[in-house]
Design a protein around this ligand. Structure first.
Ligand code: GRF
Length: 192
């Protein structure tokens, strides 16, 4: 059986990590078995670590606070990823700005909670909600040197409901994320 390995990087709750684990980990698509081979987190004590454990995965913790520079942290990350020889790296709520040390060596995709190129950065959900846009959405893109700026792979939009609250807006975004990220991984790894 042909199989492909994935590394998932996360920083917090890990709901997108869990979506990947429940929907595609260990499953066969187009004759290709997909496997999350390694999970890496830049913070200790976050809930995503427990979610990975449920699937028998011991998360590797590389805390950015222990490194003097972004480049040194990225070097440690890259070395760890290379050891596992994965086919694709997935940033699923990995809240770090990456340097060329990472972006020039690692083939990675990122999940972003807006319709890029609008609302780049860490506050996309709130900023898109507070805009007067009638639609919100989610993007998956290749990771490049520019923050949230690489080539877009997949996007999905939703319509703003009348009097929609921030909580409802956010819930809609997360529901879409949990669909679009696993689907995009399958598409990339099983459609030659
Ligand atoms: C997601 O909204 C993702 O788009 C953003 O951070 C959030 C991570 O959520 N970059 P989770 O940790 O996967 O639950």
């Amino acid at each position: 059986m042909f199989s492909k390995k994935i590394a998932v990087l996360f920083s917090g709750s890990g709901s997108n990590l869990e979506a990947i684990l429940s929907k595609i980990h260990g499953k066969i698509f187009n004759g290709v078995k997909l496997e999350v081979a390694v999970t890496i987190c830049n913070k200790s004590g976050v809930y995503g670590i427990e979610r990975a454990k449920k699937y028998g995965l011991e998360t590797i913790i590389i805390e950015n606070k222990n490194f003097a520079t972004r480049e040194e942290f990225d070097t440690a990350l890259v070395n760890k990823i290379k050891k596992h020889g994965v086919d694709l790296v997935v940033l699923a709520g990995f809240m770090r700005i990456l340097t060329p040390v990472f972006t020039s060596q690692i083939r990675a995709i990122n999940l972003h909670p807006s319709l890029l190129p609008l609302f780049k950065g860490a506050h996309a959900i709130k900023e898109s909600f507070e805009s007067d846009m009638k639609v919100g959405g989610v993007s998956v893109h290749w990771v490049s040197e520019e923050l949230d700026g690489g080539k877009i792979i997949a996007q999905r939009a939703f319509e703003r409901e009348k009097d929609m609250s921030l909580e409802a807006w956010e819930a809609k975004i997360h529901a879409i994320e949990h669909e679009i990220l696993p689907e995009t991984i399958v598409e990339i790894l099983t459609n030659n």
